[in-house]
Design a protein around this ligand. Structure first.
Ligand code: GLU
Length: 427
C-alpha cells in the first residue's frame, strides 16, 4: 500500500543536507591544506548551538509556541556574524551549514568576524506584522545572552528585513538599558544602518559576475542571464546586471518564472512585483515553472533563491557556461562535481554573495565610530573587497589546480586554521 510518502534513498537525503555538503567541501579543502585531524574537527564543529521555544500571543487570542535556533559556528577571527531567517522549513542542519558558511565567507573576504546563523520555524506569509514583531522580540530576548556587538551580531536573511532588525535592536537595547546600534546590521538608515546595505549582496553578485566574465572573455551585451529569485539578492542583482548592459532573459519567484529571450525590462518587472507581490500575471513575458527555468538557453545562471536548486536531477539541463551563486548553497555536491567536469565555471556562494556581510561589517564599524559614510565610499570599499577577494580566489584556484569553490574554501579555512595555531588551545 502506498503511504503517499516519496521513498528517498539515503544518498538522495544526503544530497539535500546542507551541513553534509558544507562538510564535504570542507574536507576537500582541508586535504589540500594537509590539516591535522584534530584541527579539522575543531574547525568543522559548531562552537555553540542554542534552541529556544518562543511562546507568542497570536492576534486571535491563542498562544502558540515557535521554535528558534542560533548556531555560532566559530569566533576565532572575531565576533560571530550572520543572518536570521524565518521560514516554515528551517532545520537545525540547515542553520548549522549556514553558520559554517558565514565563517568561511567572512574569512574569504578577510572580515574580522566568525560565523553564525539563526532561524525561526514560522511562515511569515501567514503572520500579521504584530505577530512577526512579537516573535522577533521574544526570539531576541531568548538568545540575547549569547549576542553582543563583540560576541554575535545578527543581520537579515530570508524573510527578515530592516524592520526585523529594528525590533531586534530595540529589544536588545531595552534589556541592556542603552541604545546599542552595533548589535545588529541591516538596520534602517535612521537607526544606524549603512548606506548601500540593502543593495550590497546584489551589488557584490554583479561584481562577481563582471570579474568572472572578464576572465572568461565574455561581454555583458552578449550575455544572456537567467536569475533564479527576485528578492533582495536576485531582484537587486538582476537590476544591477540590467543596468550594466547584460541581457536578463529570465527571473523567478517562489511560484514560477518569466522569460523573454530579447531581454526583460527589469525595472518594470520589479515595479510589477512591488505592486502584485508575485510575478504571476506579468504581461510582458512568457511564463514557465521554476524547474523549466533552470534549463533555459543562457550564458550566465545566477541562482539567488535558496539552497539545493541545482541538483543531480536537473544539472544536465543547465546550459550556462558560468554560474554565480547569489544564494547560499544553491548547488548540491553531486551537481557541483558534474558542472566542474563539464568545464562550467562556478563562482561559489561564500565569495559571490559576500557583498552583504561586507557592508554589514562597514555598518558595524560606522555604528562603533558613530560616524557615517557616503554611499560612494561604501560602494567603492565594497568594490575593492569583492575584486581583491575574487582575484585571490582565482589565483589560489590556479595555484592548486582546483575549482573556484575549493580555492575559496582553501583560502578561508587556511586563514582560520592559522589564527587557531597562533591563538593555541584554550584549556
Ligand atoms: N544573511 C546574509 C548572508 O547570508 C548576510 C549576513 C550578515 O550580513 O551578517 O551572507
Amino acid at each position: 500500500m502506498s503511504t503517499g510518502t516519496a521513498v528517498v534513498s539515503a544518498t538522495e537525503r544526503d544530497e539535500f543536507n546542507p551541513f553534509l555538503a558544507m562538510a564535504e567541501h570542507f574536507e576537500t579543502a582541508a586535504d589540500h591544506l594537509e590539516l591535522d585531524p584534530g584541527v579539522r574537527e575543531v574547525l568543522r564543529t559548531p562552537d555553540r548551538e542554542l534552541t529556544v521555544s518562543l511562546p507568542v500571543l497570536m492576534d486571535d487570542g491563542s498562544l502558540k509556541v515557535f521554535k528558534g535556533y542560533r548556531v555560532q559556528h566559530n569566533f576565532l577571527r572575531g565576533p560571530c556574524k550572520g543572518g536570521i531567517r524565518f521560514a516554515p522549513d528551517v532545520h537545525v542542519d540547515e542553520v548549522r551549514a549556514l553558520a559554517a558558511w558565514m565563517t568561511w565567507k567572512c574569512s574569504v573576504v578577510a572580515l574580522p568576524f566568525g560565523g553564525a546563523k539563526g532561524g525561526v520555524i514560522c511562515d511569515p506569509r501567514e503572520l500579521s506584522q504584530g505577530e512577526l514583531e512579537r516573535i522577533t522580540r521574544r526570539y531576541t530576548a531568548s538568545i540575547m545572552d549569547i549576542l553582543g556587538p563583540d560576541r554575535d551580531v545578527p543581520a537579515p536573511d530570508m524573510n527578515t528585513n530592516e524592520q526585523t532588525m529594528a525590533w531586534i535592536m530595540d529589544t536588545y537595547s531595552m534589556h541592556v538599558r542603552r541604545t546599542t546600534t552595533a548589535i545588529v546590521t541591516g538596520k534602517p538608515l535612521t537607526l544606524g544602518g549603512s548606506r548601500g546595505r540593502t543593495e550590497a549582496t546584489g551589488r557584490g553578485v554583479m561584481i562577481a559576475c563582471r570579474e568572472a566574465m572578464k576572465k572568461l572573455g565574455m561581454r555583458p551585451e552578449a550575455t544572456r542571464v537567467v536569475v533564479q529569485g527576485s528578492g533582495n539578492v536576485g531582484g537587486i542583482g538582476a537590476m544591477l546586471l540590467h543596468r550594466e548592459g547584460y541581457n536578463v532573459v529570465s527571473m523567478s519567484d517562489m511560484y514560477g518564472a518569466i522569460h523573454d529571450e530579447n531581454g526583460l525590462d527589469v525595472p518594470d518587472v520589479l515595479r510589477w512585483l512591488r505592486e502584485h507581490k508575485a510575478l504571476e500575471g506579468y504581461p510582458e513575458a512568457t511564463h514557465l515553472d521554476n524547474d523549466e527555468q533552470l534549463g533555459l538557453e543562457c550564458d550566465l545562471l545566477v541562482p539567488a533563491a535558496t539552497e539545493n536548486q541545482i541538483t543531480s536531477q536537473n544539472v544536465d539541463r543547465v546550459r550556462a557556461k558560468l554560474v554565480v551563486e547569489g544564494a547560499n548553497g544553491p548547488t548540491t555536491v553531486p551537481a557541483d562535481a558534474i558542472l566542474e567536469n563539464r568545464g562550467v565555471t562556478v563562482v561559489p556562494d561564500i565569495l559571490a554573495n559576500a557583498g552583504g556581510v561586507t557592508v554589514s561589517y562597514f555598518e558595524w564599524v560606522q555604528d562603533r565610530m558613530g560616524y557615517f559614510w557616503t554611499e560612494e565610499i561604501v560602494n567603492s570599499r565594497l568594490e575593492q573587497t569583492m575584486v581583491s577577494s575574487f582575484n585571490e580566489v582565482d589565483a589560489c584556484a590556479k595555484r592548486h589546480q582546483v575549482s573556484m569553490r575549493t580555492a575559496a574554501y582553501i583560502l578561508a579555512i587556511g586563514r582560520v586554521a592559522d589564527v587557531y595555531r597562533m591563538r593555541g588551545v584554550f584549556a
